[in-house]
Design a protein around this ligand. Structure first.
Ligand SMILES: Cc1ncc(C[n+]2csc(CCOP(=O)(O)OP(=O)(O)O)c2C)c(N)n1
Ligand SMILES: CC(=O)[C@@H](O)[C@H](O)COP(=O)(O)O
Ligand SMILES: [Mg+2]
Length: 624
């Protein structure tokens, strides 16, 4: 697409200018926005389908509301590409998710139009309600809007927000439920069925459309429509409205791609006080057929040819860790009837869809509900099952108390698999899984393992199944080392026992997890320079292998620890504390993530920045 074809995009650089467009021009502007997002994402990938589905919504919101004084809080924030471009970041959009470029998510530090940061789901209603309450307390006349997807609405936090806000009659809060019947995978659960029922009731919708067409041009008439519509709906569906029951005025559903309808409705809603919810129906991937037809794949498709829809990916010479997990889980489930899978809305992301396809009755996608996923797993375990509950490390932060209170204190045999442990790359600061080892290393009775490669992940899962106790396994995003694992006979690993991978006299490397592979290469290179580095793989964050540490402490004056996580409370700190307690005089240098936020970039760039890539380990080994 040549820049000439972006006539409106070229001239509109702010919401103020957007407001000058006529209704027809606004439509054309949205078409250009959509094309620009597709073109840019084809070469600089990101969250495409959700953003395509929210183009009209973003444009209508900035067209109607007085941003940045009025606040828009985007839930998760992966649907905000149109919002970013409208709010003056068209050129910067080319740098999104790249090192030193703009974030793929809203960031308060990035723009005054990003009213609240995002990345994790279900926060928008609570945050927006807080802002609305503050405005009320300070007598500021301002609109606060939370835009939340149907997937994110399944999170408990969203309901906590609704429950709290619904009791505050005068607080000006508009929740927009962006309903596309999808999370990353198919939406699941009772809420999905409820929303489907509301949005597909043919009689109600026909009635409502006629009524709104005639009456919905002014707020008081809109309120009348809402009352009449909801009464009719209640009759037709034989159910009261969930949101109305929580004291939200419910409006909709409206077509989220019909700009005229959206603008008209938002204008009318602007003047209605109190908590209100607008139900907007959208299509994930709207306007790009490949994405509309395979919404899950196009959630974050990587690079692609915009003309043909062909996805472009570099050939991989090793399996992804998530697939090692997914295939192994199925294998274990085939062997042992107690094995079940639990995922909070990430069956494709963690490859539990492999189990889901073959044994749907033993695989549970519980919605975007990490806390529930862990406690539900604890319940399953208490009743004799062995749940493998897979949660991305960063999202597991949501379930810290569930792990402690429901699993660990009760000693229940839940196997918690933390995918995306360590730096994840382009998703950036909200998504790096860097706190897990420090956080969960502190929990008594919990075994925490970090495999170094594919066969170890597989064997750790096998070991966990037999453990009969709380067990956690953390492994990174991306591909393994290319070692054979498929079909290789299972081997139980001794819990709490690491291994010496290499002998050496000068310095000891102590690593945990997959960073051990870069460390092994660095040790190899150091040997060429005449430096003998011994290499120990701890394998377990908890319990620490004290016998191994005794060997290291007795033999070496210099020890370098490497971990793909935060140093505060991490493995290096634990090793140093152990040496101290035992009176070993070794000098410990710990490589890992310091006390600072790590932004977005490729994983390789970030390892370098954080100082624990192969080169940095090599430097540490060869420094006098
Ligand atoms: C707490 C948390 N868990 C999981 C995720 C991963 N995640 C990102 S987007 C998404 C689906 C969101 O669905 P929805 O809100 O309906 O947005 P849509 O993509 O359909 O527009 C999930 C599960 C997350 N970001 N945060
Ligand atoms: C928005 C969000 O939280 C997810 O889409 C996340 O970006 C998935 O990351 P992976 O690509 O690692 O599955
Ligand atoms: Mg959705």
């Amino acid at each position: 697409m040549s820049s000439e074809e972006y006539k409106l995009l070229d001239t509109i650089a702010s919401p103020r200018e957007l407001k000058k467009l006529s209704a027809e021009e606004l439509r054309l502007y949205c078409d250009e926005l959509r094309r620009y997002i597709i073109d840019e994402c084809s070469v600089n990938p990101g969250h495409l389908a959700s953003s395509l589905g929210a183009v009209e919504l973003a444009a209508a919101l900035h067209y109607v509301f007085e941003t940045p004084e009025d606040k828009i809080v985007w839930d998760v924030g992966h649907q905000t590409y149109a919002h970013k471009i409208i709010t003056g970041r068209r050129e910067a959009f080319r740098t999104k998710r790249r090192l030193d470029g703009i974030s793929g998510f809203p960031r308060m530090s990035e723009s005054e139009y990003d009213a609240f940061g995002g990345g994790h789901a279900s926060v928008s209603i609570s945050a927006a309600f807080g802002m609305a309450k503050a405005a009320e307390l300070r007598s500021e006349k301002r609109q606060v809007v939370a835009v939340i997807g149907d997937g994110s609405m399944t999170g408990g936090l969203a309901f906590e927000g609704l429950n709290n806000a619904g009791a505050s009659k005068r607080t000006n809060l508009l929740v927009i439920l962006n309903d596309n019947n999808m999370a990353i995978d198919q939406a699941t659960g009772a809420l999905k069925n409820y929303l489907l029922k509301i949005s597909t009731s043919v009689h109600y919708n026909r009635f409502k459309q006629r009524l709104w067409g005639v009456l919905s041009h002014t707020p008081w008439l809109l309120r009348l429509c809402q009352k009449a519509g909801n009464a009719v709906k209640q009759g037709l569906l034989n159910k009261s409205n969930l949101f109305e029951s929580l004291n939200f005025r419910y409006f909709g559903p409206v077509d989220g791609h019909n700009l005229k309808e959206l603008v008209r409705t938002l204008r009318a809603l602007r003047d209605i006080e109190g908590p209100k919810l607008l139900h907007v129906m959208t299509v994930k991937g709207k306007g790009y057929l490949p994405a509309e037809h395979n919404q899950s794949v196009w959630h974050a498709p990587g690079c692609f040819n915009p003309d043909t829809g062909e996805r472009i990916s570099a050939p991989a010479d090793a399996a992804r860790y998530q697939d090692v997990f997914g295939e192994t889980l199925l294998e274990l489930a085939r062997r042992d009837a107690r094995v079940v899978g639990v995922t909070p809305a990430m069956p494709t992301g963690c490859s539990m869809n492999i189990l889901l396809r073959e044994m749907p009755e033993r695989c549970f996608d519980v919605g975007i509900a990490e806390g529930h996923a862990v406690t539900f797993s604890a319940g399953l375990a208490a009743a004799g099952m062995v749940p493998f509950c897979n949660i991305y490390s960063t999202f597991m932060q949501r379930a810290y108390d569930n792990v402690i209170h429901d699993v660990a204190i009760q000693g229940l045999p839940v196997v918690m698999c933390l995918d995306r442990g360590g730096l994840v790359g382009e998703d950036g600061v909200t998504h790096h899984g860097v706190f897990d080892m420090a956080a969960f290393g502190a929990v008594p009775g919990l075994t925490v393992g970090a495999p170094m490669n594919e066969p170890e992940l597989r064997n750790m899962m096998y070991t966990a199944l037999q453990a009969g106790a709380p067990f956690m396994i953390r492994y990174p995003r991306g591909c393994g080392e290319g070692l054979p694992w498929r079909g290789v006979p299972f081997e139980a690993l001794p819990v709490g026992r690491g291994r010496r991978l290499r002998d050496g006299r000068d310095v000891a490397l102590v690593t945990v997890g997959t960073v051990g592979n870069a460390a092994a290469r660095a040790a190899e290179r150091a040997a060429v320079q005449g430096i003998g580095a011994a290499h120990y793989d701890l394998r377990w964050v908890k319990p620490l292998d004290e016998a191994l540490l005794d060997e290291v402490g007795r033999k070496f004056r210099r020890v370098i620890t490497v971990e793909d996580g935060c140093l505060r409370g991490g493995v290096g700190e634990a090793v140093a504390a152990y040496f101290n307690a035992r009176g070993y005089g070794a000098h410990v240098t710990s490589l890992g993530i310091g006390d600072a936020w790590v932004e977005h970039g490729t994983p390789a760039q970030l390892y370098t920045l954080c100082g624990y890539d192969e080169e940095a380990i090599f430097r540490a080994l060869t420094q006098a």
